[in-house]
Design a protein around this ligand. Structure first.
Ligand code: NAD
Ligand code: IPM
Ligand code: MN
Length: 353
């Protein structure tokens, strides 16, 4: 199992550092894995002049899976768009054809009182957001900022092909089939043609899954329903941009954005695994970041890319035990608990592994 580790920027190295310690512990335990570091994002701009250098491209192509921290920093805000750290992440997703982004929002019972919502609204929460990751307004052409008739005009294109919608719908229906059998597709078909096609194609794909109960919801309502009654959802499937926004929203139901892992998969389970949060420049380098989303991302890696379900569960179990023992980074801290830094949280997970 060859794993490319792209720590990235900001808190990236701190959080992937803890995940790597877990992987190394599993290796000493007999798991055959190799870790290969690489540069992506702002650190790659600094070292090689571009966010996704050729050497990193080769590394991730050859690897069986990729572990990513986060990219980006206000430091690069003045750069031309193609040099921005985020372009590295978008390019890697496109290059590896990682169209299916799975973002599970699970509330650990110990964190019920840390959620921004009342414990009874979030208790036992277990939602899976399936976000399409290589299309939509993120990649649509034409795009740009131009001068037209004496003023600047900014424009992007929201676009999905039938094939793109169909393949992500299959991923979502299959996930729903293995869970509670409910799928909610989120769109904005009352205004946007692109998402009318989304709704039509998801409905057509649904005919192949009579055992899954399909519903549709407009995105503004979905954003509201997620905080009104999140447990009505089992699996949510949506496009790239709506999925980005709704998953950050859903993360707070679980206590913190520092708790949400993700898997970005192609059609053969080659995957990139990363927390859903960013590089958190406000807390970078201070040993404050919560590494659990990244640690839970390696559990997803072992499950999806390496079919090591037992090891994945061992990691998830260790995280559960650490929370039960009261270890809390600042983002999930409440009085009476043991406040720890990034590294100590890693220590605690290792001790429970
Ligand atoms: P962010 O997710 O980095 O941070 C938002 C807030 O959440 C901050 O207050 C931060 O301190 C907190 N936070 C995030 N992760 C945390 C963790 N593990 N533990 C504790 N607190 C945590 O979002 P932002 O501030 O909008 O973006 C910062 C930079 O990250 C930008 O350059 C953005 O483009 C980039 N970004 C990258 C990714 C990625 O690499 N996948 C994702 C989102 C944002
Ligand atoms: C994410 C991030 C990225 C996205 C950015 C950094 C390109 O917000 O992974 O959720 O919008 O997909
Ligand atoms: Mn995001």
């Amino acid at each position: 199992m060859k794993i490319a580790v792209l720590a990235g920027d900001g808190i990236g190295p701190e959080i992937t550092g803890q995940a790597e310690r877990i992987l190394l512990a599993l290796r000493s335990d007999g798991l055959k894995l190799e870790l290969e570091p690489g540069l992506l994002g702002g650190c790659a701009v600094d070292a090689a002049g571009e966010p996704f250098p050729e050497i990193t491209r080769r590394l991730v192509k050859e690897a069986d899976a990729v572990l990513l921290g986060a990219v980006g920093s206000p430091k690069y805000d003045g750069l031309p768009r193609e040099k921005r750290p985020e372009q590295g992440l978008l390019a890697i997703r496109k290059e590896l054809n990682l169209f299916a982004n799975l973002r599970p929002a699970i509330l650990y019972p110990e964190l019920a009182s840390v959620s921004s919502l009342k414990p009874e609204i979030v208790s036992n929460l277990d939602i899976l957001i399936v976000r399409e990751l290589t299309g939509d307004i993120y990649f649509g052409q034409p795009r740009g900022i131009e001068r037209r008739e004496g003023q600047r005009v900014g424009f992007n294109t929201m676009i999905y092909t039938e094939a793109e919608i169909n393949r992500i719908a299959h991923v979502a229906f299959q996930a729903a089939r293995k869970r509670k059998g409910r799928l909610c597709s989120v769109d904005k078909m009352n205004v946007l043609e692109c998402t009318q096609l989304w709704r039509d194609v998801v409905t057509e794909t649904g005919k192949e899954y009579p055992d899954v109960k399909l519903s549709h919801m407009l995105v503004d309502n979905a954003a509201m329903q997620l905080v009104r009654d999140p447990k009505q959802f089992d699996v949510i499937v949506t496009g790239n941009m709506f999925g980005d926004i709704l998953s950050d929203e859903a993360s707070m139901l679980t206590g913190s954005i520092g708790m949400l892992p993700s898997a970005s998969l192609d059609d053969r389970n080659k995957g990139l695994y990363e927390p859903i949060h960013g590089s958190a420049p406000d807390i970078a380098g201070k040993d404050l970041a919560n590494p659990l989303a990244t640690i839970l991302s390696i559990a997803m890696m072992l499950r999806y890319s390496f079919a090591q379900e037992e090891v994945a569960m061992r990691i998830e179990h260790a995280v559960r035990k650490v929370l039960a023992q009261g270890f809390r980074t600042s983002d999930i801290y409440e009085p009476g608990m043991k406040k720890v830094g990034t590294r100590e949280m890693g220590d605690a997970v290792l001790a429970n592994l």
